[in-house]
Every structure is written in structure tokens, then in C-alpha cells.
Design a protein around this ligand. Structure first.
Ligand SMILES: Nc1ncnc2c1ncn2[C@@H]1O[C@H](COP(=O)(O)OP(=O)(O)O)[C@@H](O)[C@H]1O
Ligand SMILES: [Mg+2]
Length: 314
């Protein structure tokens, strides 16, 4: 079976700035593939290139076996696009926006109307179909652009941070819609900066950071890296010079000094607190701050790259 998406050596420069550096990956038909990375990582750039909106500086993209450069018509035919910003006409109502897209895809009028009604009902917008999009909330707009990406029954759906900044109800509705569609056989390319979303929804996840892919794996394996990037941040009433003793505390993997704060990396933050308090007591240190920090994507990225290097070094 041909991969749904195949990307080789994909590179993108904006002027002199290298936004994507030789990216490779494949998405299998029928999977939900997460594309996880912090702001500015290159997610939107990648999605735009994969959907034929933006030209790459180098490399190949093929969709269901069709080369994006040589055969853009077929490469774009089976894909639905949900961009990061509203592409709806805000002065038009929801119904007209949706049916217009159907017409652009050359669908028969009858099919457009049936599908538009079905989608607006699923996304709880049918009662508002005659209202101008201008008055819609962020969540309503996002649900409308999802409908617009789905009107022509795409086989591959590209979503650029579809739930970012949305209320709980819209988020839940959108996630359910994505899993339902996937169950019906739609391949999903899901861009997100939310680790939890990627873990919950995806079969496999690629982690992208500064235009490079750090890892592609099943969420279970990425979760381990996420766990290893947990930490406790402390500061004391005076500077501590001896880090060694902190490193020797049980369950502490690594200690780093950051300004007046000390970060203790650990898989088990709960088990570090008591020994840490005892350490402070013994050294007559008073706590100024003590926080448990979840991992940031940057730290997960660093963790993954370190692991890769240590494996390569063996
Ligand atoms: N049109 C552009 N011109 C110049 N730089 C851009 C342009 N679009 C994006 N960039 C830069 O490329 C990098 C990747 O951006 P983007 O793909 O939007 O990341 P993400 O979607 O992961 O937040 C960022 O550093 C961004 O500032
Ligand atoms: Mg983006």
C-alpha cells in the first residue's frame, strides 16, 4: 500500500532563514499522525507545503503516491485542509461559506446541500447557518472551517492546531469528530503544540523543533521521555554551591543551576520532596520557592535528542 503522505528531504528557507531542515517521514493510510512542536517549530510551514499552498525550497512530497510538484491536481484532490486561521468569509453566513467550498470542488448541488446540513448539525451550527460568520465565537469559527475542510469527503485531513485556544466544549466536539472520521477510514495529519492532545489522539507522533524532527514514535514511548523531563525547582535563602549532595538524593537524575534557582530533574517528583526537605534542614537552608514543573516541549525535545545521541554513540 502506498503511504498516505511521504516526505523526503523537505527543506524550506524564508529568505536566509532555514525553517525546515531535511525533514523525512511517512504517514500510513488510516492513522492519526501527530505533528507536535512548540511555537515556531515549523508545523504550519510543513502543513502548507504538504497541502500545496506553499512551495518547498527542496525535497519531495507525495500524497497517496502523487507527486506534489509533478501532479499537484491529484496530490491535492483527496485532501481536506483546516488551516490555523479562519479562511471563511466573515461577511457571509455559515451556509453560504460551506456551500461555496462545495462548488469550488465541483460537487453536484444536491450532494453539497445534504453534506452541508449533515456537517453543520454535527458541529452544532445548523441553527446558526444563516448568521454572518463575523458574529461567531472562536470555537464556532473553528467548527465552521472544519466543516469546510470536510465538505468533499477527503481521504486525508490536515489540521493545523484545530483546538488551540478553544473552550472545552468545542475542543471535545472537534476531537470526537476527528476520531469518528478516522474510524471511518480518513487519514489524519494533526498539528498540535499540546503534548496531551498528541498522546490521547495519535497512533504515532513526530516531534518537531526548530525545523528538525527529533523523533517519530508511538505516544507510549514519547510519554517516557516526557516523564523524564519532569523537575522540581527550588531556591533557598542563600546560594548553594554544593550540587553534588543534591545529585545524590534518591530519584534525582540530574541537577542544574539556573540563576538563583536549582532544577532537579526526576521521574518521581513525589519521592524527591522529603529527602530535599531533609537536605535543606541539615544544611540550615530555608526554602524561598519550591515548585514541581511539568516538562516543556523544548525539554522533551532535548531529552529525545540526547537519548538518540547516546544510542548512536554506543
Ligand atoms: N512567511 C514567513 N516569512 C519569514 N519567516 C517565516 C514565515 N512564516 C514562518 N516563518 C518562520 O518560520 C518558523 C516556523 O514557522 P511556523 O511554520 O509558522 O511554525 P509553527 O506553526 O510550528 O508555529 C518560525 O521561526 C517563523 O517565524
Ligand atoms: Mg503554526
Amino acid at each position: 500500500m502506498k503511504p498516505a503522505i511521504k516526505v523526503e528531504n523537505l527543506t524550506k528557507y524564508y529568505g536566509k532563514f532555514l525553517a525546515l531542515e531535511k525533514i523525512d517521514f511517512e504517514v500510513r493510510e488510516g492513522e492519526i499522525f501527530g505533528f507536535l512542536g512548540p511555537n515556531g517549530a515549523g508545523k504550519t510551514t510543513t502543513q502548507k507545503i504538504l497541502t500545496g499552498i506553499l512551495k518547498p525550497s527542496g525535497g519531495q512530497v507525495s500524497i497517496l503516491g502523487y507527486d506534489m510538484e509533478k501532479d499537484p491536481y491529484n496530490a491535492k484532490r483527496f485532501t481536506g485542509i483546516v488551516p490555523d486561521e479562519t479562511n471563511a468569509y466573515v461577511d457571509m453566513n455559515a451556509w453560504d461559506n460551506l456551500t461555496l467550498i462545495g462548488e469550488l470542488y465541483g460537487m453536484p448541488k444536491k450532494n453539497i446541500e445534504v453534506k452541508a446540513k449533515e456537517l453543520l448539525e454535527i458541529f452544532q451550527l445548523y441553527d446558526r447557518r444563516k448568521d454572518r460568520v463575523k458574529g461567531f465565537s472562536k470555537g464556532m469559527k473553528r467548527r465552521l472551517i472544519l466543516s469546510m475542510g470536510l465538505i468533499h469527503n477527503p481521504r486525508i485531513l490536515f489540521l493545523d492546531e484545530p483546538t488551540s485556544g478553544l473552550d472545552v466544549q468545542s475542543t471535545r466536539l472537534i476531537r470526537k469528530m476527528i476520531t469518528d472520521l478516522n474510524r471511518e477510514g480518513v487519514t489524519v495529519f494533526l498539528t498540535t503544540h499540546d503534548i496531551e492532545e498528541a498522546n490521547q489522539m495519535c497512533d504515532r507522533v513526530a516531534i518537531i523543533y526548530q525545523g528538525k524532527i527529533a523523533a517519530i514514535d508511538r505516544p507510549e514511548n514519547l510519554k517516557k521521555a516526557v516523564k523524564a523531563a519532569q523537575s522540581i525547582e527550588v531556591s533557598f535563602h542563600r546560594q548553594v554551591e554544593i550540587i553534588k549532595e543534591l545529585e545524590d538524593l534518591p530519584e534525582v537524575d540530574e541537577v542544574r543551576k539556573q540563576g538563583d534557582k536549582i532544577r532537579l530533574f526526576t521521574r518521581e517528583p513525589g519521592k524527591v520532596i522529603r529527602p530535599l526537605v531533609e537536605y535543606a534542614h541539615k544544611n540550615r537552608l530555608e526554602f524561598l520557592t519550591l515548585n514541581t514543573l511539568g516538562p516543556s516541549l523544548e525539554e522533551v525535545f532535548v531529552k529525545l535528542t540526547e537519548d538518540k545521541e547516546s544510542v548512536a554513540g554506543v
